[in-house]
Ligand binder design. Structure first.
Ligand SMILES: C[S@@+](CC[C@H](N)C(=O)[O-])C[C@H]1O[C@@H](n2cnc3c(N)ncnc32)[C@H](O)[C@@H]1O
Length: 245
């Protein structure tokens, strides 16, 4: 049998009944077959049901992110580098209100020391249980936020847009953003078709999108996306972002 595809029941453990975690000796293979189902490797030690992360169910995404938190040695330098870049770029535009999607247990801000109003959002409220900032649930089932229309300067997400972002969420992002407000996210692990679909969904909600290749190539096919209702604001913020690389 191909060494990248093994039946390895005793070398993996099921996490929350949805995600497999590698406990074998040596590096994990690319795929494993567990109880007759094929799982695909994500990062070093996790296995999920689809190669394309935007095809995972929300339940599987939540289990994967919780597994990643439980094995926190799996959280790498790329995560901190993206956060540092986003913090520097956001600081340049002195926003009044910043909303973070998928803040999880490691948000960009703590909601105390900032000069702006900060709201952390996640599909998984449990992931944010230790956060002291204002927080709200935001997912396919709960896509309406307790925020007025056109009241947010920056919506930001770090390592979230590789997963599926639901139509209701995209419409809500567009609703809460000010006319010159900015959506700032990083994107990786999506196929070109999946990126084109995401860009088209954002554009259908009235957002202009600019994709910027990561010059540092922090991970494979890694891009930064800037979107806004205002074409001018997209270009201006893209320049701010690029000045912080
Ligand atoms: C990989 S973690 C990143 C967490 C944090 N931003 C960081 O960089 O450490 C992704 C987070 O996004 C959340 N998430 C995934 N898809 C989401 C969606 N469609 N809407 C809201 N949250 C989502 C997960 O629950 C998880 O907390």
């Amino acid at each position: 049998m191909d060494k990248n595809q093994g039946v390895v029941g005793f070398q993996v453990k099921l996490f929350e009944d949805l995600v497999l975690v590698w406990h074998g000796d040596g590096p994990a293979p690319r795929q494993v077959i567990h109880r007759g189902r094929t799982f695909h490797r994500f990062m070093d030690i996790f296995f999920v049901s689809h190669l394309e992360l935007d095809e995972l169910s929300l339940e599987e995404v939540v289990a994967l992110c919780r597994a990643r938190e439980s094995y926190s040695s799996s959280i790498g330098q790329a995560n901190e580098s993206v956060k540092g870049l986003f913090r520097r770029a956001v600081a340049k535009v002195t926003p009044e209100r910043v909303v973070e999607i998928g803040a999880g247990a490691r948000p960009l801000y703590d909601g105390r020391g900032e000069s702006f109003d900060y709201i952390a959002l996640d599909a998984d409220m449990e992931a944010m249980s230790k956060l002291s900032s204002r927080k709200e649930s935001f997912c396919a089932r709960n896509g309406e936020l307790d925020l007025p229309a056109a009241s947010v300067d920056i919506v930001v997400a770090v390592f979230v847009f590789q997963f599926r972002i639901y139509d209701i969420q995209i419409k809500e992002i567009s609703r809460i953003l000010k006319r010159d407000g900015i959506l700032l996210v990083n994107v990786y692990r999506r196929s070109e078709e999946s990126r084109a679909r995401l860009a088209s969904d954002l554009e259908s909600s009235g957002l202009h999108v600019q994709r910027v290749n990561d010059p540092q190539e922090l991970c494979c096919d890694h891009e930064y996306w800037v979107a806004s209702k205002s074409q001018t604001s997209v270009c201006e913020f893209r320049d701010v972002l690029c000045s912080q690389f």
